[in-house]
Design a protein around this ligand. Structure first.
Ligand code: ADP
Ligand code: MG
Length: 379
């Protein structure tokens, strides 16, 4: 294994072990995770692999084969939240969050290599955090559960790196099972593995990485989050997940602010789309999931307004070419879309999306099948 060999070349001894954690795509349920709602992500075959050795002298050494620059050396006693540090803040944040929760992590040597595209909305950040958390959990015998590790990873990203993300990405990376999607209730982190064996049904889920990231997205997440919280307050509920989709029209009549109304309509309807997609999957009606995905895209585009021309073009071109349905996935303003297709038509639809992008003068998108894969594990 080259990650272990690279570790040995860097640090002069073989690692204690090697771990892997995947990136993810979310099938449905977008911007629902900070509303205590449901999400339905699946893990990708793309993983971040970490070779790690335990240390007991307070030294943390971090190296990534995917970024320029050498080993970053830190003192575990002096880890400082929100102090920058670039990529190393993600794994350092995990050490900090574990120690802040009272776990005796006394140092480590870490070398990383990843096949998860970064900044594509496929959660390379969560893969990096979760693989670090799992390795330290094993090496220091912490005995934390997968949801507990996901919470530690989220805390690292929220409070150490300073990115206000929900917990979906870390839960997907930590808890996913091959051939399944993860129905996660973000209120209490309870979850169920929903069978999602695309190949057995002659289907494929394509990920289209638009390779764009619009700067607009930076402030938009916090603004949408604040708007949803204001909506919940106006409706007198703890979170928007407590608004039943059947009562949505009545709830909307009580909202005077047009922006908040749109946000509420998106979150309540998308939460309901998660429930409906799961019912379809449980009933073996996977093809019928397609139109629900496309409806979800329209809601993200028109109500939440977090899409962008490139994502809209993926959905439009794929559906025009005969896809079963498509939507943007992740935070939007660029990043990736998912497209549900008959496997035998995957090539044709891929070509149609590429042609539409070329015609619009956009950069060539990255397109690959999202095979529902395993969550984090020791190799
Ligand atoms: P996403 O999670 O959608 O890929 P983010 O912006 O949340 O995008 O996280 C990407 C960042 O995570 C990178 O800019 C880098 O700092 C860090 N990162 C992810 N994977 C690696 C890796 N293999 N090596 C070093 N840093 C990484
Ligand atoms: Mg991320």
């Amino acid at each position: 294994m080259t990650v272990a060999a690279d570790f040995e070349a860097l640090y002069g001894a073989a690692p204690d072990g090697v771990w892997a954690a995947p990136g993810r795509v979310n099938l449905i349920g977008e911007y629902t995770d900070f509303n205590d709602g449901f999400v339905l992500p699946l893990a990708l075959p793309h993983t971040t692999v970490a070779a790690v050795s335990r240390r007991d002298d307070g030294v943390l050494r971090l190296h990534s084969g995917d970024v320029d620059g050498g080993i970053v050396q830190l003192d575990v006693e002096a880890l400082d939240p929100l102090s920058g540090g670039g990529w190393a803040a993600y794994p350092a944040g995990v050490v900090w969050a574990l120690r802040a929760a009272g776990h005796p992590v006394t140092g480590a040597d870490v070398h990383l290599a990843s096949t998860v595209p970064t900044g594509a909305g496929l959660s390379s950040s969560a893969a990096l955090e979760v693989v670090t958390a799992l390795a330290l959990n094993d090496l220091f015998g912490l005995g934390l559960t997968r949801p507990e590790l996901a919470r530690i990873a989220q805390r690292a990203e929220n409070d150490f790196v300073g990115v206000p993300c929900g917990v979906m990405d870390q839960m997907a990376s930590a808890c996913a099972v091959e051939g399944h999607a993860l129905h996660l209730d973000t209120r209490d982190l309870s979850y169920r593995q929903v069978p999602f064996d695309l190949a057995a049904e002659g289907l494929a889920l394509l990920v289209v990485d638009t390779r764009v990231k619009h700067a607009l997205g930076d402030g938009a997440y916090a603004e949408r989050r604040a708007g949803c919280e204001a909506g919940a307050r106006a409706l007198g509920v703890r979170a928007l997940r407590d608004v039943d989709a059947a009562h949505l029209p009545a709830a909307l009549e009580r909202l005077s602010d047009g922006t908040i109304l749109r946000y509420v309509r998106h979150v309540v309807s998308d939460n309901d789309r998660v429930v409906r997609v799961i019912a379809l999957l449980d009933a073996g009606a996977t093809r019928s999931v397609g139109p629900v995905l496309t409806d979800g895209h329209a809601s993200l585009r028109d109500d939440l307004r977090v899409s962008c021309p490139e994502l809209d073009l993926v959905v439009e071109a794929a559906n025009a070419a005969g896809a079963l349905g498509a939507r943007m996935t992740g935070g939007g303003f660029g990043g990736s879309a998912v497209v549900l297709v008959e496997e035998e038509r995957a090539e044709e639809i891929t070509a149609a999306v590429r042609k539409a992008f070329a015609g619009a003068g956009y950069a060539e998108p990255g397109i690959f099948p999202a095979v529902p894969s395993a969550g984090a594990r020791r190799l």
